[in-house]
Ligand binder design. Sequence first.
Ligand SMILES: Cc1cc2nc3c(=O)[nH]c(=O)nc-3n(C[C@H](O)[C@H](O)[C@H](O)COP(=O)(O)OP(=O)(O)OC[C@H]3O[C@@H](n4cnc5c(N)ncnc54)[C@H](O)[C@@H]3O)c2cc1C
Length: 386
Amino acid sequence: MGKADVIIVGGGVMGSSTAYSLRKNGFEGRIIVFEKDPTYKYCSTALSAGGIRQIYSTSVNIRLSRFSLKVYEKFAEKMAIDGVRAEIDFKQRGYLFLATDKTLPALQKQLIMQNHYGVPSEIVSNADLKSIIPELNTDDLAGGLYCKEDGYLDPYSVMQAYRKNAQLLGVEYLSEEVATILTEQGRTTGVRLVNGTTYSAPIIVNCAGAWGAELSEKIGLPLPLAPLKRQIYLFNTTEKLVKPLPLTIDPTGVYFRHEGDQIVCGFSEDVKPGIDFRWRRSSFDPLWPILAHRVPNFESLKLESGWAGLYNYNTADQNAIIGEHPLLNGYFVALGFSGHGMQQAPGVGLGLAELICNGKYETLDLTPLRVGRFAERDLVIEDAIV
Ligand SMILES: Cc1cc2nc3c(=O)[nH]c(=O)nc-3n(C[C@H](O)[C@H](O)[C@H](O)COP(=O)(O)OP(=O)(O)OC[C@H]3O[C@@H](n4cnc5c(N)ncnc54)[C@H](O)[C@@H]3O)c2cc1C
């Protein structure tokens, strides 16, 4: 039987950011990250759209995302190994929620809280929108909420940089699948792998993404989570746009941004929960008229390809679930990020590391996202969910 001090299940962006932050926080014990798929083919991080925004309506999401954005701004230098920068292609081209007469007041309300925490978001007029995206059709719009500091990045590179830096600091990554978490008298004692081997550890961190709820259920601790398929589409336009796009969210919920010369686009379709990675070209059909209406250049678009990934969707309040489980000592989770895990990963890793090392949050108070909030009926109601 192997022995560790901390076992992390899942080596995606959350598991890797947590492992790295534990070491940076001075944790000297043995840390093992179990990752069942070292190719990361299906992990949400590798399949993410990589949007990074601070424009939320709740204090915890704004603070967490602002902290993480500041980390991403200096990430390439800070995570460099042997002088080689950890490039993550962070393009601070802005994040833009387009608004109608009906939706603008809610965005104006959000702005007050965002500005309070130092986020330089602003309400922009239709004329301003035209200067941000000259081709935009603003006929049915009343302006938008824009934050120029925000943007998008390459999620896979972020995850790999955390993983490589964690490994350099002595964290072990083992390519094995955890079958279940072991418990004894109200506390965690280790994990059993699918290959039958057991590893003991007093602290287990569930960072298993869309598979995390199943793992928790196996030990009788269900969480309000479901895997939801989300599709991404990549298309070309014959008539190129004159300026690079911010990550733009149409009032219908369809979002789009540049990826090189191409456009990445997505939409949160109504789908049944379940593990499903089948990408359906036909799901793009209803999006096309919306895109063509918003940006006339998209009328002649050519759909090139796309992919499907999973949101680890929090069915109770769509927000992250972070911290130690109140019913099992030593069992920590970082799950339920729905569509906003990338913009929170640096802050989540640091928060969990502080909680594990020092028993409390120090840099950022993530208490509102605690596991116990569901039983306490103290949900985090966030208006800016995509
Ligand atoms: C299509 C799409 C678009 C998105 N767009 C955005 C966006 O624009 N902005 C944003 O901030 N977020 C976005 N997200 C969400 C974001 O990508 C996720 O919240 C984040 O990547 C979750 O990271 P994670 O480490 O929790 O999960 P994952 O990246 O899924 O990692 C979990 C890992 O655990 C491993 N694992 C699972 N079970 C076991 C086990 N039993 N044993 C061992 N290993 C196990 C898996 O193999 C996996 O590698 C998007 C997600 C998708 C799918």
